[in-house]
Design a protein around this ligand. Structure first.
Ligand SMILES: NC(=O)C1=CN([C@@H]2O[C@H](COP(=O)(O)OP(=O)(O)OC[C@H]3O[C@@H](n4cnc5c(N)ncnc54)[C@H](OP(=O)(O)O)[C@@H]3O)[C@@H](O)[C@H]2O)C=CC1
Ligand SMILES: O=C1OC[C@@H](O)[C@H](O)[C@H]1O
Length: 359
């Protein structure tokens, strides 16, 4: 068997997403194009780092640091993964870039577009790789669907997409330090989960993205509870095609248990399936028959379920870094800025302000 290249990850923070990401990195995959090594872990406390390793990557032997700085400066680390809450992403990215390390940083990339631009400017100045970890954009399911929609025109001309991300979070009973409640950490449904609904809408309405994305017009409304934005309802309209997107997010209650969205076309529709828009597993195409009728049973396209699905993003990132690229082709810097600007506008209309917006 041909030797595959190796990449050594430095994981910053030991919360939920870091555990999901690391569990997928260490999956035994004979067909993986890259060998992923967990080289270092950075945490606020050594014991947290130790317990993280024994739970999520017990067969790895990373160096565990009680600071993030030491991970950035470890010469045996090839790339940094940032899994802190939104409000820390700018600082963490800037620190990693200053150490000359490539970065894969969780979504939302920053709190606002100004912060994202600051990070990309620093990356450009230092000639360092940076990539927003919008894992959805790396999934084969998404590429397959876009091909069917825009190349094969399987449902004719797409004219509308409806995407709903509902997740019940009991904000009143959470501690004030929770990332779901603390505005200083970036709490709010839009940055956390509405971003997926927006991304899905863009993926299914704009054939040109990410290289030649069209800027949609946006109308939005947001509701707040205890000062935290808990419901965002967004209407997108694409000027060149008239296509509409309805992108929804809420932490007030769960969404549909299996179908989180629908893409409508002149020749039928596609149902998007999975427990949440962040975890799509299949889609079903309902096409008009020769009589112009939509059959009751559609054609389902199912996709392999490998871990939680982070491997596609992880492999692509590793291949970028090993090839010396500075941006990822599926999530280029311009696309991250575009989405952050859209979310800034949605928050402006909806009345959601974070402390850093005022700086
Ligand atoms: N792609 C995806 O599917 C998902 C992405 N995410 C994204 O990942 C990021 C983190 O989310 P999640 O893992 O759920 O968050 P958690 O609260 O579970 O973990 C965040 C970690 O960040 C570190 N941290 C540093 N400073 C603070 C602070 N003041 N308060 C809290 N944590 C701090 C801590 O690690 P330590 O103490 O070790 O330093 C903590 O464990 C967010 O950007 C979120 O949007 C989240 C879930 C899924
Ligand atoms: O990215 C995410 O997707 C899954 C959710 O559970 C989580 O809150 C969010 O950050």
């Amino acid at each position: 068997m041909a030797e595959v290249p190796t990449i050594r990850w430095g994981i910053v923070a030991t919360g939920m997403i870091s555990s999901w990401f690391v569990e997928d990195l260490v999956l035994d995959r004979p067909d993986a194009p890259v060998k992923h090594i967990i080289q270092a872990i950075g945490s606020s406390a050594l014991e947290k780092g130790q317990s993280f390793v024994s739970k999520y990557c017990p067969n790895s032997t990373p160096t565990i640091y009680a600071s993030y700085e030491e991970v950035y400066n470890d010469p045996s680390v090839d790339i940094i993964y940032i899994g802190t809450p939104h409000a820390f992403h700018k600082r963490n990215c800037l620190d990693a870039i200053a150490a000359g390390k490539p970065v894969l940083c969780e979504k939302s990339f920053t709190i606002n577009a100004a912060e994202a631009k600051e990070v990309f400017k620093a990356a450009a100045d230092r000639n360092v790789y940076v990539h927003e970890a919008m894992w959805l954009r790396h999934r084969p399911l998404v590429h397959n669907l876009r091909k069917l929609l825009f190349e094969k025109k399987i449902i004719g001309d797409v004219f509308r997409s409806y995407i709903d991300f509902g997740m019940e979070v009991d904000i009143p009973s959470l501690p004030s330090t929770s990332r779901y409640k603390d505005l200083a950490l970036g709490a709010g449904s839009l940055l956390d989960i509405g971003l997926y609904s927006l991304t899905w809408a863009m993926l299914t309405l704009d054939a040109g993205m990410p290289g030649n994305s069209e800027k949609p017009k946006v109308q939005a409304s947001q509701t707040h509870l205890h000062g935290v934005e808990v419901t965002s309802s967004i209407l997108l309209e694409y000027p060149s095609t008239g296509r509409h997107g309805i992108a929804l997010s809420t932490t007030m209650g769960p969404g549909h248990p299996n179908c989180f969205g629908r893409v409508s076309g002149t020749g039928g529709y596609v149902e998007l399936e999975g427990v949440q828009p962040s975890h799509p597993v299949s889609f079903t195409v309902f096409r008009k028959d020769e009589n112009g009728e939509i059959p009751v049973k559609g054609e389902t396209f199912d996709f392999p379920r490998v871990g939680r699905g982070f491997i596609y993003e992880a492999d692509n990132t590793a291949l970028d870094v090993l090839a010396g690229r500075k941006e990822n082709a599926l999530v280029p810097w311009s696309e991250t800025i575009r989405v952050m600007e859209l979310m800034d506008e949605i928050r402006r209309q909806g009345g959601t302000v974070y402390p850093v917006d005022r700086v």
